[in-house]
Design a protein around this ligand. Structure first.
Ligand code: COA
Length: 419
């Protein structure tokens, strides 16, 4: 028994944002039916291809636990099939460019008439307003959502982050909206529209930066490095390098081997409660009581000196030795892990956050499993479907087409070869 067993999802998503959402629904037990254009499919199938002829990792890593039906939703028979899918599904998820679903002839009112219980969940780049018609990709959302202007160093340009907060981050928001709407439907019997704009999702994740914007109006942000460096603040939250976003100062510091290994670094947080332990570890016990060093407010204008001294110590240790020494003392540190280290991490493999999957075209590959662990709804990651792999199975098993009727829809060209 899985949490969402019995829930049918009509998955009209493509690229990254929508597929991350429906993949989660699949992991939670929903039957996810991915609708793809005949002969073409999700564009990511053939993007960033590493194994010629095989679906790309871009596609496979975002589309586990789904079934694929080829369906031309602009063809008359295709529309008939889509209508029947809407009738039997609980959720329709889409992340087309604005208006695409309406242009297919399936606007909210039409869908509601077909199935008043269905939840229609959409990712769009922007919410209602002057940019609502824009097509949007990850980095546009990071820029328009406040992430880029607050990421990077003070003397450099805005930076995008490798964490796909615009796409995967919005997929998470949408998924939460869907399960909440399913819960509400239990009481009302009605479906509803769920919208997760990418800009809004990034803004939600940049909440602390908007906190700082308003604090800035009351005076300088004393926990930012630039305060200690005597650099005046402007009128917006600045880029803060690797400063911690919270009240406990933190930095990324070099570790042993940094000269040749780009990831031989650790994050180090000088949490107030364990200041004395930090002083002992780095060999500066007198800082425990020394005026100017003993309390957090006194230290704010000396963070460069303090972190410089801590770094002298971290540079004598590997990032894992720093972790081994600091963890038992409750000093919060974190090694900068490379993607290779993460993929090979035995602990992450044991918990199912990193999984290996067999694929008929590409063989065995590593992927990211479900990051949410539920005690009563375990996740088994199954490979992504080939294009149209389940067309016939869905037409007959889900929609009940058989015999001459099945032959008719296949002959219409609306569902690819359905082989
Ligand atoms: N059968 C027939 N037509 C189909 C189809 C199917 N199964 N699936 C898609 N199409 C059509 C759509 O109806 C649309 O046609 P139209 O423009 O004539 O109405 C067309 O294919 C292309 O869809 P679109 O969404 O515009 O794709 P795109 O490649 O031009 O744009 C995005 C891609 C991501 C920029 C755009 O979809 C978008 O802005 N989405 C919302 C934001 C988002 O999710 N962005 C992040 C993506 S990770």
């Amino acid at each position: 028994m899985k949490a969402l067993e019995g829930i049918k999802v009509l998955d009209f998503t493509h690229v990254q944002s929508g597929p991350t959402c429906t993949q989660l629904l699949g992991w939670f037990g929903a039957d996810v039916i991915k609708v793809e254009r005949p002969g073409v499919g999700d564009a990511t199938r053939k993007q960033l291809v590493d194994v010629p002829g095989a679906d790309s990792l871009y596609f496979t890593m975002l589309n586990h636990n789904k079934r694929s039906i080829e369906l031309n939703s602009k063809n008359e028979t295709g529309k008939e099939i889509l209508t029947r899918l809407i009738e039997v599904c609980d959720v329709l998820v889409e992340n087309f460019a604005p208006g695409a679903l309406d242009r297919m002839g399936f606007d909210w009112e039409t869908i509601q008439k077909i199935n008043p219980r269905i939840i229609v969940a959409s990712v769009k780049g922007f919410g209602p307003g002057k940019y609502e018609d824009c097509k949007v990709y990850e980095n546009v959302a990071q820029c328009a959502g406040g992430s880029a202007s607050t990421t990077g160093f003070l003397d450099g340009p805005p930076l995008v982050t490798g964490a796909q907060i615009g796409d995967s981050g919005t997929g998470l928001h949408l998924c939460l909206g869907i399960v909440t709407a399913l819960y509400q439907r239990e009481k009302t019997g009605r479906g509803q529209k769920v919208l997760a704009p990418m800009q809004d999702s990034v803004i939600n994740l940049c909440r602390v930066k908007l906190r700082d914007q308003q604090r800035l109006e009351k005076g300088p942000l004393t926990e930012y490095s630039q305060y200690g460096e005597g650099i005046p603040f402007g009128d917006a939250t600045p880029r803060a390098g690797n400063d911690s976003g919270g009240g406990q100062p933190g930095r990324i510091l070099k570790c042993k081997g940094w000269e040749t290994d780009p990831n031989a670094y650790t994050y180090f947080i000088t949490q107030a409660a364990i200041w004395e332990k930090i002083c002992d570890v780095i060999g500066e016990p007198e800082w425990k009581t020394k005026p100017g060093y003993a309390t957090p407010p006194e230290r704010l204008d000396k963070l460069n000196e303090i972190f410089g001294r801590i770094e002298q110590w971290t540079m004598t240790k590997t990032k894992f030795e720093v972790m081994d020494i600091c963890n038992p003392l409750d000093i919060p540190v974190g090694p900068i892990l490379s993607t290779r280290e993460i993929i090979e991490d035995e602990g992450l493999r044991a918990t199912g956050t990193i999984v290996e999957v067999d694929h008929p075209e590409r063989g065995r590959y590593a992927s990211v499993g479900c990051p949410i662990k539920m005690s009563d709804s375990p996740v088994e990651v199954t490979r992504s479907p080939l294009l149209g792999e389940h067309t016939r199975e869905i037409l007959s098993g889900v929609l009940g087409y058989s015999g001459a009727e099945l032959d008719r829809v296949i002959a219409s060209g609306a569902v690819g070869k359905a082989s």
